[in-house]
Design a protein around this ligand. Structure first.
Ligand code: C5P
Ligand code: MG
Length: 158
């Protein structure tokens, strides 16, 4: 009747790269060092979705380091995962809600919460109020690091 999923992702913060979280570009001096756009929230969400049906992870769909995936926007990854999942084993299942934690010391993200939640809501085609995003610092323990952890809940709707 229900299935839970969990995913995690982290990237190093470096100068000269955009910081994209949940499909939203954040004003920041540093961004994710990554082969793709380095969107930790959408990567963790994509893995969380795949994990609900033990379908492996996004590295199998989009092997890191391949030329054709360089700079790949993470909404493309998420769309491919949703297609694989909901056209396959999870046909007839629906997404109840997602809960995400982003850990980042700087910049503060509180002013971006609404736009990130709305963007992820749109990417997932779920009703409003189903995507909860919270922010934490590492208390200075991981200053060069952006990380996301995401849980998802699926419900069988047949
Ligand atoms: O990590 P800490 O408990 O000190 O974070 C306190 C609060 O700061 C969080 O609850 C969150 O509201 C906010 N925060 C934020 N952006 C971050 C990190 C934390 O808005 N990058
Ligand atoms: Mg605290």
């Amino acid at each position: 009747m229900f299935r839970v999923g969990f995913g995690e992702d982290a990237h190093r913060l470096v100068s000269g790269r955009p910081l994209v979280i949940g499909g939203v570009t954040i004003a920041s001096e540093r961004g994710s060092e990554a082969h793709s756009d380095g969107d930790v929230l959408l990567h963790a969400l994509s893995d969380a979705l795949l994990s609900t049906f033990a379908l492996g992870d996004i590295g199998q769909l989009f092997p890191p380091g391949k030329a054709d995936t360089a700079g790949l926007a993470s909404d493309v990854i998420l769309a491919a995962v949703r297609e694989q999942l909901f056209a396959g084993q999870a046909a007839g299942w629906s997404l109840v809600n997602i809960a995400a934690v982003v850990t980042l010391d700087q910049p503060k993200l509180g002013t971006y919460r609404t736009v990130i939640q709305e963007r992820v809501t749109a990417l997932l085609s779920v009703p409003a109020g189903r995507v909860g995003v919270t922010f934490k610092t590492s208390e200075g323990l991981a200053l060069d690091h952006v990380q996301a952890r995401v849980t998802v809940l699926l419900q069988r709707s047949f």
